[in-house]
Design a protein around this ligand. Structure first.
Ligand code: DX5
Ligand code: ZN
Length: 220
């Protein structure tokens, strides 16, 4: 299990003036996926980027693009993000009026579908969507910004969702996002996460490859 843990660097923490090089370094440094944080200034207080940048990143890498939509009414933009090259599209439970319909739409577009929940959202709200999703994303910070401190209570939520996943008998990724570094990764992997998103700890050090290797070593 631990050997199958995927690392998904979040480009939000990358140097955007040098994005091509940063993406190449992440890919050659051993990243499994690239995590793309889309923020609309409504669902979260910050604005990041949209499908245009996702498309530009698509041109630069073969890595699966894991697009995390922190936006209101995500159903309006699914087609744009899929066309831009997203392989996995994750929407927030809190942002969807008709979550099952939105998840079904992502799959109709040929992408893998993920559902994210904020730190204050109960895992029980996922119970009726488990049969439809390919990925659950547990936010371990309040979404909107990189570089925040990991919220400890997230470990319990990861354990709860791991149990829910086992009960389905299906393969569903369990991703954790926010404040992940060599200090916090071991406990989240122990709790059952199999995809680690990391922004600051990967892009803000001096060497991307070394940061990915160190993160991987921390939970082995
Ligand atoms: C937060 C984003 C995260 C963020 C993680 O809203 O969803 O993906 O980039 O950044 P770090 O690893 O710096 O907490
Ligand atoms: Zn994210």
């Amino acid at each position: 299990m631990r050997n199958n843990v995927k690392i998904a660097p979040s480009v939000l923490a990358a140097d955007f003036a040098n994005l091509k090089e940063e993406v190449a370094q992440a890919e050659h440094g051993g990243a499994d996926w690239l995590h793309l944080d889309v923020m609309d200034g409504h669902f979260v207080p910050n604005i990041s980027f949209g499908p245009f940048i996702v498309g530009a990143i698509r041109e630069q890498t073969k890595l699966p693009l894991d697009t995390h939509l922190m936006i209101e009414s995500p159903e309006k933009y699914l087609d744009d993000f899929r066309r831009a090259g997203s392989d996995i599209i994750t929407v927030h439970q809190e942002a969807c009026k008709h979550l099952q319909r939105t998840v079904a739409l992502i799959k109709e577009l040929g992408a893998k579908a993920g559902v994210a929940i904020n730190p204050a959202t109960s895992t029980s709200l996922l119970s009726n969507i488990m049969d439809d999703v390919d990925l659950i994303l547990i936010m371990s910070v309040n979404p909107g910004f990189g570089g925040q401190k990991f919220i400890k209570g997230s470990e319990r939520k990861i354990r709860e969702v791991r149990e829910m996943i086992e009960k389905t008998g299906r393969e569903i990724h369990l991703e954790v996002d926010g404040g992940i570094d060599t200090g916090t990764a071991p406990a989240v992997v122990r709790a059952g996460a199999n995809v680690l998103v990391a922004g600051t700890s990967i892009f803000r050090g001096h060497e991307i490859k070394k940061a990915i290797e160190d993160l991987r070593k921390s939970y082995r």
